[in-house]
Write a protein that binds this ligand. Structure first.
Ligand code: AMP
Ligand code: GLY
Length: 427
């Protein structure tokens, strides 16, 4: 079996590595991938832009690719699945219409309102003055979101009116996110603890992956601006068996049913970013139409089943017959980020220290790293994710930190407190 994976982050390195763990897979290509992919057995990068559907289809036919897995949201939102399917290729991901759940926050909110899926109350604006007027009627804190894709950076949780006004100004008037911020969603602030709930969907059935929790803020103690994610761990203890059932009943199954009823059944990974309140009631903070980054890294470290086999079961629409198995260990990933991330990451720095080999219980997934004639250099904001297994969160965290400390000075920024909420629960 030959597999093509689209994307270039740590998530895609992890997807490629996980596919390579199944010895029945012959070749895994990642377009365009990153320098970490080439280090895995039977894996290689191929320099094709995931948005270039003509080149992708040509490659899929020439290399006899049996299955394409789409990592990031941008190609999904632009319809890569529709184009590949029209060309007769087996591809795992939602169609363009279904990917709007992530591509437009205002669409996702109206979808949830229509189908009674629990989420924060909201209003949508394109006009800055109307938005300001609405703000004055709302309690603080308040959440301002760019409508379109902004790589996890288009959300401001404003503690003061001045912060909220400045977010509105930068999105609607300064066009900080271009057309993605030409419309904003203003949302009430939800209290509680977050979790990432990712399911594999075949149009009708949903198979939940292990739960996880990520840390989106740049600094320790969950302070500072939002990023794409600075670390994650799996499982998330906040998702008890009872909460899990509520998420399936109130959020996942109604979403899949509504998509099918609307004539565009959801196939692919569906990620519900949740806020779970003190009563254990889950609310949707966001939908993503893909796996999370960095959640994928710890989740896949725990997967004992074959990922290609799981995805094949989804493509064959028989997920209801598939039993997935997980390691009982906890996995925890710590992101190493370029200085200046998320606003202005400094790239092009030598990073040869990161080439240290993985240990049995710890692996480094590469992201913004590329090979040059003079060695490995940084090429993106999030550079790598050091992911460790342990019998509990604290031991997984210690293993990941020990690995990072052993690398010596890298000049990269990371948080030493990933998993602190889960650790606090156990002491
Ligand atoms: P999003 O990209 O929509 O997931 O938002 C990024 C982060 O902002 C979330 O992970 C939360 O930490 C925070 N956030 C977003 N919406 C809300 C909300 N309504 N209430 C509280 N926090 C939120
Ligand atoms: N880690 C958050 C995301 O992938 O959207």
């Amino acid at each position: 079996m030959n597999i093509l994976i689209l994307g270039n982050g740590g998530r895609e390195h992890a997807l490629a590595w996980c596919c390579s763990c199944d010895a029945r897979v012959d070749h895994i290509w990642v377009a365009p991938g990153n320098a970490g992919v080439d280090r895995e057995q039977r894996c290689a990068t191929v320099d094709i832009d995931p948005l270039d559907t003509v080149a992708l289809i040509d490659f899929i036919h020439k290399q006899k690719i049996d299955m394409t897995i789409v990592g990031p949201e941008a190609p999904l939102v632009q319809g890569v699945v529709d184009r590949l399917q029209e060309a007769g290729c087996a591809v795992f991901g939602p169609c363009q219409e279904a990917a709007r759940l992530e591509g437009s926050k205002s669409y996702a909110k109206s979808f949830m309102a229509k189908h009674g899926i629990p989420t924060a109350s909201y209003a949508v604006f394109e006009d800055a003055n109307a938005a300001r007027e609405y703000l004055r009627t709302q309690p603080l804190p308040i959440v301002i979101k760019a409508d379109g894709l902004a790589a996890g950076k288009g959300v401001v949780v404003a503690q003061t009116e001045a912060e909220a006004e400045s977010a509105l100004h930068s999105m609607l008037e300064d066009q900080r996110f271009g057309s993605a911020g030409a419309r904003v969603v203003i949302e009430s602030f939800l209290e509680g603890e977050e979790a990432s709930f990712i399911v594999v969907v075949d149009g009708k059935h949903a198979l939940p992956l292990a739960t996880s929790q990520d840390h989106k803020r740049i600094f320790e103690g969950d302070l500072g601006p939002n990023t794409g994610g600075m670390g994650a761990y799996s499982p998330a203890p906040v998702v008890t068996a009872e909460v899990h059932q509520r998420v399936m009943d109130r959020i996942i199954m109604p979403t899949i049913q509504a998509m099918a009823d609307a004539g565009h059944p959801y196939t692919g990974f569906l990620y519900a970013g949740l806020m779970i309140n003190a009563q254990g009631d889950p609310y949707v903070v966001e939908f993503n139409c893909r796996m999370g980054d960095p959640e994928t890294q710890p989740i896949l470290m725990r997967l004992e089943s074959s990922l290609p086999e799981l995805i094949q079961a989804a493509l064959d629409k028989r997920l209801d017959e598939y039993a997935i198995t997980w390691s009982n260990d906890v996995a925890l990933g710590i992101v190493l980020a370029a200085p200046g991330y998320p606003d202005q990451p400094v790239i092009g720095q030598p990073a040869d220290r990161l080439t240290q080999d993985a240990q049995a219980n710890c692996k480094i997934f590469w992201a913004g790293l590329k090979s040059t004639s003079t060695g490995i250099i940084t090429s993106g904001g999030r550079v790598a994710c050091v992911t460790a297994l342990g019998h509990d969160v604290a031991s997984a965290q210690q293993t990941a930190l020990a690995y990072i400390d052993k690398l010596g000075p890298t000049g990269l920024h990371f948080r030493r407190d990933i998993g602190y909420r889960a650790i606090k629960r156990t002491i």
